[in-house]
Ligand binder design. Structure first.
Ligand SMILES: [Zn+2]
Length: 286
């Protein structure tokens, strides 16, 4: 088995070549040797069942797999009853749309501290997420897994420890490790292979099961300030990190099988392919 690679959304070049709709993406990605596609519901789930099923069919018939990204407005730590109700709705809608598409993972942002302390905000997030896991299970779409993502701003919930704790609420919850975000929130703290090793070890120790092998990765270069994430960058923009190669070495050495999604702002497919090439070259040399 192998790691799988693909973009979040469509590259600028996809549109420049005259393509307009995501239903055209599977053929385009297949030609470029990619394996997966992450469909973003960042600004809300606005896909009809028929469209979702059509898109899903186009991907699956070419052997490509899909994941979806839930709306950015989700906040597990919110105290506002209206926002909490909306958060539940975003989860239900994302999972349902994922089911229509044949996607098995829903990636989501845990939320932010607001004006509260980290401990109190995270305590609320844990309680609310327990409710959400129960509530969403009643949909009956057991093949779809929720994936909390590590986030890039220091005042957001979603450092590595918090994401792993959310995963420990239920064995069906899979971590989405965004290495660019971890790099940004530690203001450039991922440099060496050992830095990556520590992250993977912590994940393995905390989960201790297959989820630490078949986890979800977001990877892109990122610009940051003292508050963490500022902006995602394409690989072609020079001077930004983190470096993918040490992580690729570990994925190969440890026989890991993650789904690796590029979240570059304009060249996500190209950068996903660059990562796949680095990974495949290392894999074929052992
Ligand atoms: Zn995200």
């Amino acid at each position: 088995m192998s790691a799988l690679f693909g973009p979040s959304g469509n590259s600028r070049s996809f549109y420049d070549e005259g393509h307009k709709r995501t239903v055209e993406a599977p053929e385009w990605l297949k030609k470029r040797g990619l394996d997966v596609f992450e469909y973003s519901f960042g600004r809300g789930v606005r896909l009809k069942e028929e469209t979702a099923k059509n898109i899903g069919k186009e991907f699956s018939s070419r052997g490509l797999i899909m994941s979806v990204h839930a709306p950015f407005y989700i906040n597990l730590a919110s105290t506002d009853e209206v926002k909490k109700k909306n958060t539940v709705r975003y989860f239900n809608e994302s999972i349902t749309a994922a089911h229509w598409m044949g996607a098995k993972r829903v990636i989501f942002h845990p939320g932010s501290l607001g004006k509260d302390t980290r401990d109190r905000a995270f305590g609320r997030a844990v309680d609310f997420f327990e409710e959400i896991v129960d509530e969403t299970k009643s949909l009956g779409y057991d093949e779809v897994h929720l994936c909390p993502e590590t986030l890039g701003k220091i005042n957001q919930l979603g450092n590595l420890e918090e994401v792993l704790k959310l995963c420990n609420i239920d064995r069906e919850v899979i971590p989405a490790i965004d290495f660019g975000h971890l790099y940004a929130r530690t203001t450039g703290g991922i440099k060496s292979k050992d830095d990556y090793k520590r992250i993977l070890d912590e994940m393995e120790h905390s989960l201790g099961d297959e989820r630490a092998v078949k986890f979800h990765i977001h990877f892109s270069h990122i610009e940051y300030t003292e508050h963490g994430e500022k902006k995602h960058r394409d690989f072609k923009d020079k001077g930004f990190g983190p470096d993918f190669k040490p992580l690729a070495e570990l994925l190969v050495e440890r026989n890991m099988e993650p789904v690796v999604i590029s979240e570059s702002p304009t060249m996500m497919a190209e950068d996903a392919k660059t990562m796949k090439n680095i990974y495949m070259k290392l894999k074929s040399s052992i």
